[in-house]
Design a binder for this molecule. Structure first.
Ligand SMILES: [Zn+2]
Length: 157
């Protein structure tokens, strides 16, 4: 099992960004997330579905993790990465932790989520995992400018 390269991460984040814009066109909040296996196989890619479902927990990361578990017919994802257009909020970080995802990669930092008027509860993903009993590897800044634009051009109304 080879670690994904920076080029892999950029390619996967591009797909996530495209999904985020698809969500915006469908009237959803500007967030998207994907699950890939550590071998690089795509599993799921979802946009935020809070508006569509009326369920406040349907963040993109939750949608991607739930669907990945459905598809893989298990409730842990130790062999997967979570790729998110923005820094996961505490709820999404918790679900990533509960499903034992070993690596989380995101684009826009929490500060930009706040700038676009979406809430983060003031607890970043790094702080969450620092406090949690988890060895997950967290990496931000992949296509950060493009991911930030997805948020800043579609602020909360
Ligand atoms: Zn979230």
């Amino acid at each position: 099992m080879n670690d994904p390269t920076e080029a892999n991460l950029i390619e996967w984040m591009s797909a996530v960004l495209e999904k985020g814009w698809e969500g915006v066109r469908a009237g959803q909040n500007p967030f998207a997330a994907a699950i890939y296996t550590l071998n690089g196989d795509p599993v799921t890619c979802e946009y935020n579905q809070v508006n569509r479902t009326g369920h406040p927990s349907r963040h993109a990361e939750v949608c991607a993790i739930d669907r990945a578990c459905e598809q893989l017919k298990r409730t842990t994802l130790q062999d997967c990465l979570l790729i998110s257009s923005a820094e996961p909020c505490p709820m999404c970080a918790a679900i990533a932790g509960m499903t034992e995802i070993p690596r989380i990669v995101y684009g826009a930092p929490a500060r930009v989520i706040e700038q676009a008027d979406y809430g983060t509860l003031g607890l970043g993903c790094h702080s969450f995992f620092d406090s949690a009993n988890s060895s997950a590897l967290i990496q931000g800044g992949i296509l950060a400018d493009e991911c930030s634009q997805l948020l800043l051009q579609n602020p909360k109304r």
